[in-house]
Design a protein around this ligand. Structure first.
Ligand SMILES: Cc1ncc(COP(=O)(O)O)c(C=O)c1O
Length: 383
């Protein structure tokens, strides 16, 4: 029997949340923006947090050995990925992990490559680490958005310090294939470019696609480091805990040089919640993926019926839909239209780089009711 869909509280209850998604816009706006989910928390996670509050257990985090063991158990059972728990270093969040790794990898002014359209903070993380952005956009073809391996080779030949991979890729929802990742690893080996793989969306690969953790690709261990977190798949972003993972001595030596004080900057609740999620949150994650699969199909129907001028490719991963609204106007005009006339907030495409012109990103990790209301308002705004 199929597991029932995950519940979502009514709008009036959601509006009481104090998180960024629910506090940024006035009460008459439906926020389908920042990547927070509206589903009720996974019970094993809620239980771990309630127990901690009950014990007044609110001191500093102690991530070892629990986080590494929990992540290794999850990765082995989900992805047949064999992680040594000792090779897991806890960091505050994925952003901190990537920035601190880039500080170690790049000398001031060195180039770091990213592939827009991509998660907006990538554009800030590189300069924050003192490096220079080198953009190699994804290639857009009949089959959707893909890594542009030829353009990446040309960029790698200029000897950038690193490439920040988004695996799977936010906002386009692309799950890079094992073959594409093998080709990327080959380029990294030839041109001696370190790959920093942001795999926060790895657990959110939807039915129909298969996630390849970069470090499972032959040869990747010598040239790559991955950053993962339970925060996207179990909605724990405010709790602050992520993991840097390595699989070979050279990369382990890099992780060993992360600032030692990092351990005091991790959220204690983040560690407790991540351990609970990775250890006991599998059945909930399966329900989440089934629910998101249904939402993705529902959105496809709603867009066809109500917004036929919008084009998209349903994502292979994430709960984010990357909608081409160029028919509604240039730049961020569609986003403004949906917000001003429809009172639906979406992420503006240009935040993801110039390749995002004419696009919006819609977060469908919500109830069928909110998705129905939002698309009805968007359709009314567009006419
Ligand atoms: C690709 C990607 N990386 C990182 C993050 C944020 O992670 P963190 O809050 O752990 O820095 C997000 C959030 O949506 C994301 O989509």
């Amino acid at each position: 029997m199929e597991a029932p869909e995950l519940p979502v509280d009514p709008l009036g209850v959601l509006r009481k949340r104090r998180s960024a998604k629910w506090q940024t816009y006035p009460a008459d706006v439906l926020p389908l923006t920042v990547a927070e989910m509206d589903f009720a928390l996974a019970e094993p996670v809620a239980h771990a947090l309630r127990e901690a509050v009950g014990r007044s257990d609110t001191g500093y985090a102690m991530a070892t050995p629990g986080l590494g063991r929990a992540l290794a158990g999850f990765a082995a059972s989900r992805w047949q990925w064999d992680i040594d728990p000792a090779s897991v270093t806890a960091v505050t969040d994925v952003g901190v992990g990537v920035v601190e790794l880039l500080r170690l990898l790049a000398r001031p002014g060195d180039a770091v490559v990213i592939s827009p359209p991509v998660y907006p903070p990538f554009f800030g993380w590189v300069p924050e680490a003192g490096a220079r952005l080198l953009e190699v956009p994804l290639a857009r073809g009949g089959a959707g958005w893909r890594l542009d391996l030829a353009a990446l080779e040309a960029a790698f030949a200029t000897h950038p310090a690193a490439y920040v991979l988004c695996n799977p890729h936010n906002p386009v929802g692309r799950v890079h294939t094992a073959g594409e990742l093998a080709a990327l690893v080959r380029l990294a080996q030839i041109y001696r470019v370190t790959l920093v793989s942001d795999e926060i969306h790895g657990p959110l690969v939807l039915p129909g696609a298969t996630f390849t953790p970069l470090l499972t690709v032959p040869g990747a261990a010598e040239v790559a480091v991955s950053v993962l977190s339970a925060s996207k798949a179990w909605n724990l972003a405010g709790l602050k805990c992520a993991a840097v993972v390595t699989a070979a001595p050279r990369m382990a030596a890099l992780a060993d040089r992360l600032p030692p004080d990092t351990r005091w900057r991790i959220g204690h609740f983040g560690v407790l919640a991540a351990v609970a999620a990775f250890t006991d949150g599998g059945p909930w994650l399966d329900r989440l993926l089934a629910t998101l699969d249904h939402r993705r199909a529902m959105l496809a129907d709603l867009l066809t019926q109500r917004l036929p001028m919008v084009t998209w490719r349903p994502p292979e991963a994430t709960f984010l839909a990357w909608l081409d609204c160029a028919a509604l106007g240039p730049d961020n005009q569609a986003r403004e239209l949906f917000l001003d006339r429809g009172h639906v907030a979406l992420e503006p495409g240009l935040n993801f780089g110039a390749a995002g012109r004419g696009h919006v990103r819609l977060n469908f990790a919500t109830s069928t009711d909110i998705l129905d209301q939002a698309t009805a308002r968007m359709a009314a705004a567009a006419t």
